[in-house]
Design a protein around this ligand. Structure first.
Ligand code: NAD
Ligand code: GLY
Length: 364
């Protein structure tokens, strides 16, 4: 098993990575939840039938009383209505301020359960047991929890750090290839923005089987990189924004496709390619070789490296990345690559970004 500690004033916690951790969860929960009697477990309709039976008996044997709430799988459950339903269920269960919430699932379960934990009874302890690659390398670490609103994704939320994160890489075996590839987009992102040698390591392992052979190292490296960023900038006012590499244009792609055509990982993959092309056009440092290496690696996981943008979709692109007149100020910060393994935020005039993007898309 490998362990990392996220060090934050008064709310440090460990990330444990190891095969079989799911069934041994109680052993690692008890020390960080010394006064908890009840655990409210949130999971989803895909994860529950596969993994609840590995988790719950051990918790009960360790003396925890458990209640499970199974939400329908999918982003639609990350809603204010579902949050409110969880609050009521927690009260029905008799949850007290010394008890805790456990999130067993992907990023949807983690974000929703985490926000419920942050808000019920003005905040109770919370444990992350992420079961997708994206949740293991990204969403379970760093304390961002949220639900979506009609106005957009993650608009109501909090910073609420977990007490411990338990990652069992065996749970990744049951992911479909597309969900695995979604996580790979974020894995590759870490190499691009923070660690050239990790990018090179991934480039030598261009397939799911290759990655799974080294999965503990992959999870450890990604979580360690995120740990460093979060320790420096927990509240996302500076360096943490680097994690948005590929996400600004990626969000536009997701929105253009009504959140149905492209998954988040696919949109981020193509968004990272746009960001590198923009960097090339602006001469910030990255090279054509970097673009080629990124393209090759993304394609190895069936991730898109170009998403078209029609005339009809162009206003959505412009609006989403803050280029329309409604966006605040006349500048926008984009995350660009100075070189493979090193990213920086570049503040640009919106008009300049618009003209560069127009050129990339062959619009005149
Ligand atoms: P998800 O939670 O919807 O999971 C994807 C699919 O995989 C779902 O159908 C789920 O039921 C299924 N699944 C989960 N674990 C499985 C397993 N082990 N075997 C088989 N199927 C399994 O999506 P996700 O990609 O994990 O997370 C996306 C969410 O994470 C988004 O809501 C996004 O906004 C959020 N997010 C949050 C942060 C953060 O810092 N909090 C960061 C990135 C993304
Ligand atoms: N996923 C981006 C962040 O945690 O800041």
């Amino acid at each position: 098993m490998r362990t990392l500690t996220v060090s934050l004033p008064g709310r440090s916690y460990d990330i444990l990575i190891g095969s079989g951790l799911l069934s041994q969860a109680a052993e690692y929960l008890r020390p960080v939840l010394p006064r908890a009697k009840k655990l409210f477990v949130v999971t989803d309709s895909n994860v529950a039938p596969i993994y609840l039976s590995a988790l719950i008996p051990g918790l009960e044997r360790a003396g925890f009383e458990t209640a499970c709430r199974e939400i329908p799988a999918g982003e639609g459950s990350k809603s204010a209505a579902m949050l409110s339903a969880l609050w009521e269920d927690m009260m029905d269960f008799g949850l007290t301020r010394t008890d805790a919430v456990v999130a067993l699932g992907g990023g949807v379960v983690g974000d929703l359960a985490g926000f419920a934990a942050a808000t019920i009874l003005r905040g109770v302890d919370f444990v992350q047991i992420p079961t997708t690659l994206l949740a293991q390398v990204d969403s379970s670490v760093g304390g961002k929890v949220a639900v979506d609103l009609a106005h957009g994704k993650n608009l109501a939320g909090a910073f609420w750090q977990p007490k411990v994160v338990l990652m069992d890489p065996d749970t990744l075996d049951t992911l479909d290839d597309r969900t695995f590839a979604d996580g790979m987009a974020e894995v590759i992102k870490y190499g691009c923005i923070l660690d050239r040698s990790f990018f090179d390591f991934l480039a030598l392992r261009p397939g799911r089987g290759d990655i799974m052979e080294e999965i503990e190292h992959v999870l450890y490296t990604c979580c360690d990189l995120k740990r460093m960023v979060v320790e420096e900038d927990e509240r996302d006012t500076g360096r943490r924004m680097l994690l948005n590499f590929g996400h600004t244009v990626g969000h536009a792609f997701e929105k253009m496709g009504n959140y149905e055509t492209w998954t988040h990982g696919q949109a981020v993959a193509a968004g990272m390619c746009v960001a590198v092309r923009l960097g090339l056009a602006l001469g910030v440092g990255c090279t054509g070789d970097d673009l080629q290496a990124l393209t090759k690696l993304l394609q190895a996981f069936d991730l898109p490296v170009h998403i078209p943008c029609s005339d009809a979709e162009w206003p959505v692109m412009a609006e989403t990345i803050g280029l329309d007149k409604k966006g605040a100020g006349d500048s926008v910060s984009l995350i660009l690559l100075e070189e493979m393994g090193r990213a920086k935020a570049v503040k640009m005039k919106k008009a300049e970004v618009l003209s560069q993007l127009s050129a990339l898309y062959g619009r005149t």
